[in-house]
Design a protein around this ligand. Structure first.
Ligand code: FES
Length: 146
């Protein structure tokens, strides 16, 4: 026996290795379960409690859309023709999130291909209803929603 070889108590055992692996898997599983719970409980109360959103018009860019969470739903502030509009970002067919195409000036729904114009009116696809308009006001240079 040389001096570098582990003695009986230092020798890694198969049982010890398996116990270490089981412990690591248990810790990983506990973390995977605990993280979403902690993240949910730790999020700011304002996420769902936001009733009013103010967006400075000066921050909006022509032909651009800004998506915002408002009262638990996705809405989109669209700025075209130097005029803001606020629409629900949920497709009126089955609720998928629509995407703004600033080249064609339309919203596309990735789920079933619906297309809406920049006023939220249906252009093509399996929809007959427009994107829901969200009431807003212009106040002191801000788009105020809610
Ligand atoms: S959910 Fe948008 S087209 Fe069906």
């Amino acid at each position: 026996m040389t001096q570098d070889e582990p003695t009986g108590s230092q020798k890694p055992s198969r049982r010890g290795f398996v116990e270490l692996c089981i412990g690591a898997m248990g810790a990983t599983s506990a973390g995977a379960v605990a993280y979403p719970v902690v993240a949910f409980l730790g999020r700011p109360a304002s996420v769902e409690g936001v009733t009013t959103i103010k967006v400075p018009v000066a921050e909006l860019q022509e032909d651009q859309a800004r998506y915002v969470d408002w009262q638990g739903q996705q809405i989109v502030i669209l700025y075209t023709g130097r005029t803001p509009k606020v629409l629900s970002a949920s497709c009126s067919h089955l609720g998928c999130l629509v995407a703004w195409d600033n080249v064609k000036h339309v919203f596309h729904c990735p789920c079933h291909g619906a297309v809406f114009d920049d006023q939220g009116r249906p252009v093509s696809g399996p929809v007959s209803k427009p994107l829901a308009a969200v009431p807003f006001q212009l106040s002191e240079g801000n788009v105020v929603i809610g």
